[in-house]
Design a protein around this ligand. Structure first.
Ligand SMILES: Cc1cc2nc3c(=O)[nH]c(=O)nc-3n(C[C@H](O)[C@H](O)[C@H](O)COP(=O)(O)O)c2cc1C
Length: 356
């Protein structure tokens, strides 16, 4: 077999073993976010992705090198909401050895502050407010990215959260709702309420996942904000990571889809920054990752067909890194059984050519 799949021990740095190593007898303490920010290296975070970046995914990612910091998927917050137990598990059973920040989405101040207090009883490094979700069902209710249309509400929410959150208060934002010009209205609010960390996804809500990421505006946030800023959007490799850090001057990166597509990405970026040769996965490494993803994600009671459907969601992100990706994804979408699904994966990935 060529290449090393680059699996790593939790919290112990990088390894080259083809098999996950045994847990060490004594697990090193989880570093504080402030310790990570005190290091000279860029902070590498896993960006939150609803129904994707859950506990099993984080556990698997940590074995491939892992992020320095994790965000949960968003907790929906409304008048009668209770903490989603599935997301709570990613905090209470956090297997990564790294800090985790809990994200909330909502707009009602009493329920946001109530939820922030509940979250602070859990082992979290911070509470994050979502100001970016572009789903119409969310933004029409003036939550997520919809809040960017009403900066006065953002002002009031952040004021209340700053009082309610004794741990770190963080924000993940897009640049505006309809226009990047709106960014100048919200940016001063983040500074006014002394948030501790800002993640900027360099697109407006209207731009959804379009081709352009406005690095110049992320750079403006880096200049304007007294707190550290993480740049977010389209980082898929060590090359793009280094380029985004250069263009924005950001303190670090938040990586979402790129980490699903390429679980080695955090390790590759660290290698690049240290001037070491980078691990280059070949087809068979990616094939093994897909098998591991299947095993890691599979709830015991889930029917095979439902599991294959679940995998298709992940494979939408993996597909662009596969040679002949359009044909690969076309065939994956038609798979109905586990055997069909892995036949397609094997047809495209059982080789020693570099992928990504
Ligand atoms: C399937 C999916 C789910 C997402 N869920 C969330 C979420 O719960 N909270 C959030 O702030 N952003 C969410 N995002 C946005 C990502 O965190 C990130 O900002 C975006 O994908 C751009 O970064 P990337 O190019 O590294 O993926 C989601 C994105 C995707 C594709």
């Amino acid at each position: 077999m060529h290449g090393h799949p680059f699996l790593c021990d939790k919290g112990t740095g990088l390894g080259h073993s083809p098999h996950p190593k045994r847990e060490p007898d004594t697990v090193p303490p989880t570093p504080q976010l402030s310790d990570l920010l005190a290091r000279p290296e860029p902070l590498l975070a896993l960006a939150p992705m609803q129904d994707v970046t859950d506990l099993p995914f984080m556990r698997l990612l940590a074995r491939y090198g892992g992020a320095d910091l994790y965000f949960t998927e968003y907790f929906r917050v409304h008048a009668v909401s209770r903490l989603d137990r599935h997301i709570v598990r990613s905090i209470t059973e956090n297997p990564t050895g790294r800090p985790i920040i809990a994200q909330m989405i909502g707009n009602d101040i009493p329920t946001l502050t109530r939820t922030a207090k509940e979250l602070q009883r859990l082992p979290i490094a911070g509470v994050d407010l979502n100001l970016g979700c572009p789903a119409p069902v969310v933004y029409r209710k003036c939550a997520g990215g919809g809040l960017l249309r009403e900066p006065w509400r953002v002002d009031a929410i952040l004021g209340a959260l700053r009082d309610a959150v004794a741990t770190k208060l963080t924000v993940k934002t897009r640049l505006g709702f309809a226009s990047v010009a709106e960014f100048d209205q919200v940016l001063p609010l983040f500074a006014k309420h002394s948030i501790d960390l800002l993640t900027v996804h360099g697109r407006t809500v209207r731009e959804r996942y379009g081709p352009v990421v406005h690095h110049d505006l992320i750079a403006r946030a880096v200049e304007a904000m007294p707190c550290p800023v993480l740049a977010n959007g389209n980082v898929i490799s060590a090359d793009s990571a280094v380029e985004v850090l250069r263009l924005t001057g950001a303190r670090g990166l938040a990586i979402g889809r790129g980490a699903v597509r390429n679980p080695w990405i955090f390790a590759q970026i660290r290698q690049r920054l240290r001037g070491e040769p980078e691990f280059v996965p070949v087809g068979r490494d990616l094939l093994r990752y897909i098998h591991e993803l299947y095993e890691a994600l599979k709830p015991p009671e889930l029917r095979e067909a439902a599991m294959v459907e679940m995998m298709k969601k992940y494979l939408n992100f993996v597909g662009p890194g596969v040679p002949a990706s359009a044909e690969f994804l076309h065939r994956i979408r038609r798979a109905k059984t586990e055997a069909d699904f892995f036949r397609v994966c094997t047809d495209f990935l059982d080789h020693d050519q570099p992928v990504q």
